[in-house]
Structures are given as structure tokens and as C-alpha cells.
Design a protein. Structure first.
Length: 123
């Protein structure tokens, strides 16, 4: 289980994994990532990615909300996996990206994905 001592919510495949002591009422930046896995990616590869991703909110204080999961529709246009995270502001997102705990997760994503799409927007 991930420990999160600040307001933080982790949702994985529709299941609440962790909720901090209080939810933030104002989240300013959403970071959304879609991943298309390479042919031959194994169940273990995906499980390893999920485990690594689940640890990030406990070690990266900039993360205020964190949700990820596998696609359930499996249509021709679907990607295989998605991440939706939230940050207080653009500066917090910029601190998250080079964070030493985020870098190995990003390397794993790049290793197993043939395509990655991302968008960051204000809410």
C-alpha cells in the first residue's frame, strides 16, 4: 500500500487505493497520458508498470491526484493504458517530470510502449 501523508487520491482500474486525510478542492493542472503497448508485452510487464506507478504518489509530493488503468473497451481506436494525474500548478508538474522516482517509471513506459500520447491542461 502506498503511503500518502498529504491530500492525495489514487484510483486504479476504478478502485480507490488510497485517499489522503482531505481532498484538495482546487486542482489546476491535469496530466493525461495514453499508452499503446508494443506487440509481445507480457502481463508481467504490465503488472510491473502498475506496481511502479502505484508507488509514485507516496514519493512525489507534487502529485495531488493519481489514477491509472487498463482499457476495457478494446476498440480499434483504443489505447491500452491511461494515466490521469493532477498537480497544483505548472511548476509542480515540471518538478514531477524529472523527479528521480518518476524517471525509472517513464523509462519502463518507453520500453514497453510503441506510442505514447500526453496532454496537460488547466481545470
Amino acid at each position: 500500500m502506498v503511503n500518502c501523508f498529504r491530500p492525495c487520491k489514487i484510483i486504479h482500474s476504478g478502485k480507490l487505493l488510497l485517499l489522503g486525510s482531505a481532498e484538495r478542492s482546487k486542482i489546476m493542472i491535469k496530466h493525461v497520458v495514453f499508452m499503446k503497448f508494443k506487440a509481445g508485452v507480457t502481463e508481467k510487464d504490465i503488472e510491473d508498470l502498475e506496481k511502479a506507478m502505484a508507488k509514485l504518489p507516496g514519493s512525489v509530493p507534487e502529485i495531488k491526484e493519481y489514477q491509472f488503468g487498463r482499457d476495457i473497451v478494446r476498440s480499434e481506436r483504443s489505447y491500452d493504458f491511461a494515466l490521469v494525474s493532477a498537480f497544483e500548478d505548472l511548476e509542480a508538474l515540471k518538478r514531477y517530470q524529472p523527479h528521480p522516482d518518476h524517471r525509472p517509471v517513464l523509462a519502463k513506459v518507453k520500453e514497453i510502449c510503441e506510442n505514447i500520447l500526453a496532454v496537460d491542461f488547466k481545470v
